[in-house]
Design a protein around this ligand. Structure first.
Ligand SMILES: NC(=O)c1ccc[n+]([C@@H]2O[C@H](COP(=O)([O-])OP(=O)(O)OC[C@H]3O[C@@H](n4cnc5c(N)ncnc54)[C@H](O)[C@@H]3O)[C@@H](O)[C@H]2O)c1
Ligand SMILES: O=C(O)[C@H](O)COP(=O)(O)O
Length: 387
């Protein structure tokens, strides 16, 4: 029996994929697995029982990744599962920023009791007029799951699209339209584009990347869209640039006191992934990842451990070792297993940064005593007897 808890509501279509071997618990301290969306886990005490965290979504800045890795807790996310939902919000953002659609709708609400509203509207409409996006230049910073979809869709809307991502994956590059201009210096996007949209993860290296210096390089009347994370942008600098009419609109999905209610800011309440389809996709992927890890020891789509998958286990036993990425670890495992007269029939070892993962299929199930010997090796963070 595996026990799990949900720190946010998770779509039922995902939870329904859990078998009778899974029991939901309310208290984190009783859980082996956590399903979470945006709830912050930074201040939580993580129990020793916890084996895995699955973020039903993309951004993992709400999870202490290294702290989890040090405790042998594998953190997963669901790459791409909500990308279409966000793409559609970005397209809406481009249009909302181009004509004052929101202001026009508000005016209608305020004027609803005017008998000659139709005539008044014809006079008023010039106040809400704007431009078309067709023919304008869009800069997409970050060409991952979302950025690629946004870039490709914008080409179909007649935009000239510039794309920047120095770390683009092979898969994303394959999916990117050949009509997207590849930019190798982000400053070209700042200087050339009418609309700039950011789709990078929040990391130490990306925090505040759209700062005053970047804004100063931008065209007068630029529109900045941020459906990634608020801390990527120096929003105080954006609000000042809006007041100076340097920036025409700032469209963002992350309300906070700096931007809420400010002139020129179009704010949505973190709606990017809030569609039935995205919520279902994320929940299903997250649950499948958790199940494959707890039941088979396989890691797929982890953000703090390497992916490492050997499929189902058809040998007598399987043991998983979560460890530091140090020299000489495997020799020590083979020695412990050899001393216990256990033969390794298959194995896989992968590393990611400071952490590594070794899966071993063996001809005799590993006992608690042998597992304890493996766990006592310096640099080993956790040992799981999977079968
Ligand atoms: N508003 C929402 O509801 C919502 C929904 C999903 C994701 N997001 C946010 O969007 C982010 C991106 O999501 P995704 O699914 O596209 O992730 P992803 O991992 O598929 O793509 C991120 C891309 O950013 C690139 N990148 C990293 N550093 C960069 C840099 N300095 N300059 C340019 N590119 C850089 C990476 O190479 C990668 O291709 C998430 O991390 C999350 O914060 C928000
Ligand atoms: O990073 C993400 O996936 C998004 O910000 C969505 O967050 P949510 O699952 O809390 O809507």
């Amino acid at each position: 029996m595996f026990q799990y808890t949900c720190l946010n509501p998770i779509a039922n279509v995902g939870l329904d994929l859990l078998s009778d071997d899974y029991k939901k618990v309310e208290d984190l301290k009783d859980a082996q697995a956590v399903l979470v969306r945006s709830a912050s886990m930074h201040d939580l005490d993580l129990p020793d029982s916890l084996e895995a965290v699955a973020r039903a979504g993309a951004g993992v800045n709400n999870i202490p990744l290294d702290k989890c890795a040090d405790k042998g807790i594998v953190v997963f996310n669901t790459p791409g599962a909500n990308a279409n939902g966000v793409k559609e919000m970005v397209l809406a953002g481009l249009l909302l920023a181009s004509r004052d659609i929101v202001g026009g709708i508000e005016w209608i609400k305020e004027s609803k009791d005017e008998a000659d509203i139709a005539k008044l509207a014809e006079k008023q409409k010039k106040n809400y007029a704007g431009c078309e996006i067709s023919g304008k230049k869009l800069g997409v910073i970050g060409l991952g799951a979302i950025g690629v979809l946004v870039a490709n869709a914008a080409t179909h809307l007649g935009m000239e699209v510039y794309g920047y991502d120095p770390y683009i994956s092979v898969n994303a590059a394959w999916n990117l339209s050949r009509n997207v201009k590849h930019i190798s210096n982000v400053e070209e996007i700042y200087k050339e584009c009418d609309y700039i949209t950011v789709h990078v993860p929040l990391l130490d290296s990306t925090k505040g990347m759209i700062d005053k210096n970047a804004i100063d390089m931008m065209k007068d009347g630029v529109v900045i869209l941020n459906f990634a994370r608020d801390l990527l942008v120096d929003e105080a600098a954006v609000v000042a640039a809006l007041a100076d009419k340097k920036v025409k609109r700032y469209v963002t999905d992350f309300p906070n006191p700096t931007t809420a209610g400010k002139e020129g800011v179009i704010l949505t309440p973190h709606l990017g992934a809030s569609t039935e389809e995205s919520e279902d996709n994320c929940a299903m992927m997250a649950v499948r990842e958790i199940r494959d890890y707890l039941e088979n020891g396989n890691i797929v789509h982890s953000v703090n451990y390497p992916d490492c998958s050997m499929g189902g286990c058809d040998k007598a036993g399987r043991v998983a070792v979560l460890h530091k990425n140090s020299k000489g670890m495997i020799a020590q495992y083979t020695s412990v297993l050899g001393d216990a007269d256990i033969n390794i029939e298959d194995m896989m070892n992968k590393s990611k940064g400071d952490y590594a993962y070794t899966l071993l299929d063996v001809d005799t199930p590993v006992t608690k005593e042998v597992a304890a010997k493996l766990e006592a090796i310096e640099g080993v963070l956790k040992v799981r007897v999977v079968k």
